[in-house]
Design a binder for this molecule. Structure first.
Ligand code: DGJ
Length: 350
């Protein structure tokens, strides 16, 4: 009798293990992007890479973003460093871990815990064979008053990154705020940023190492003042910039500008978003609850771009979510329409 029960228990355990493995596999393999819903990595953990950007290198996408600390609100300093994930399909992301951490030991370090480290963007420098990470850096104790651009470097895309230096962006003693790094076809890297304290939108070139501004910044004529969250792509010789207004952590209407000369005059086109996010009951006047962070050119597809937005949760930043939506070009202008779910094959179908 006892042996029969043992065998049954054993059988039950074997079945249970198989079942839970199936569940795990089902959770791991994602075939669709679900904007504004919880997005887990291949370990089943919620992705923690806010205000991020994506770099494609040697067949792999790397998503870098703000690592938010568990249990901390923004007011309690939630920034823990740069978190990186990798993927070959833009849907299933492997956790590459914290690739640059704030410093918990040295109070005088530029990255001392208590600093604000936001909006990470990583660019590959062909000349130096170096991955260069840029981020908004407000030193511990300074708050949002006066900003630096922090620079960290790595010789591999998944790091680890080493903190290198900081500079004042924008050409003023207060620096710059939200920014985009745009690498043009000739390898020149541009820093497009909202200047502090006047919130004019400015643009400057970086040196060939991608370490420091090379020359003066200039005002990007035609770009609305107080434009934050810029994300730039170049399509058919035209530069397209998605952004937002300036409302702290609160969602506001997206902004869209284009130019055919990065250092020339930009044209404003209003809000490129359409539709309604029924999950959060938010429409285009709040950009579905999101704020732009980056535009991903999808590799191997024709004219395929993904707009990345963050849903900020300043009271519990680690629970912040992501809105990724395909960009469609109509009459050479971008349109970003809400979708409850979508697959990368959307670019083949439309
Ligand atoms: C809006 C910016 O886009 C964010 O990165 C962050 O700095 C918040 N403002 C802070 O209020």
């Amino acid at each position: 009798m006892c042996k029969i029960i043992d065998v049954r228990i054993l059988l039950f355990l074997v079945l249970l293990t198989g079942f839970s493995q199936q569940l795990l596999t089902a959770q791991e393999t994602q075939v669709e992007i679900k904007p504004a819903q919880i997005w887990v990595d291949t370990n089943g953990h919620q992705i923690n890479a806010h205000g991020g950007g994506v770099l494609f290198h040697d067949g792999v996408y790397y998503w870098y973003g703000e690592h938010k600390l568990e249990g901390k609100s923004e007011a309690q300093f939630a920034d823990g460093g740069i978190h990186c994930y990798s993927s070959t399909d833009l849907l299933n992301w492997n956790d590459e871990g914290l690739v640059l951490s704030v410093d918990y030991e040295d109070e005088d370090h530029d990255l001392a815990y208590g600093c604000i480290l936001e909006r990470v963007k990583v660019v590959y420098n062909e000349k130096n064979k170096q991955f260069v990470a840029f981020f908004k850096l407000y030193l511990k104790g300074v708050g949002y008053e006066s900003n630096y651009v922090g620079v960290a470097v790595a010789d591999k895309p998944a790091g680890p990154f080493t903190y290198h230096h900081k500079f004042r962006g924008g050409g003023t003693s207060k620096g710059s705020g939200d920014f985009s790094m745009f690498k043009d076809d000739d390898g020149t890297l541009y820093h497009l940023a909202v200047r502090k304290p006047d919130k004019a939108f400015v643009i400057g070139k970086l040196d060939a190492d991608y370490y420091y501004p090379d020359g003066e910044y200039q005002i990007a004529e035609g770009v609305k003042v107080h434009t934050e969250a810029p994300a730039v792509i170049k399509r058919n010789g035209v530069y397209h910039m998605l952004g937002s207004g300036s409302k702290g952590w609160n969602p506001n209407p997206a902004r869209y500008h284009t130019t055919d000369n990065l250092l020339g005059t930009w044209t404003y086109h209003g809000n490129p978003c359409r539709g309604f996010n029924a999950i959060d009951s938010l429409g285009v006047e709040k950009t579905f609850g999101g704020q732009a962070s980056y535009i991903i050119p999808v590799q191997g597809k024709n004219d395929a771009y993904i707009a990345m937005f963050d849903i900020w949760r300043p009271k519990q930043p680690i629970t912040g979510r992501y809105i990724w939506l395909p960009i469609k070009f109509v009459d050479a202008k971008m349109l970003i329409s809400w979708r409850d779910t979508w697959g990368i094959d959307v670019f083949d179908l439309e």
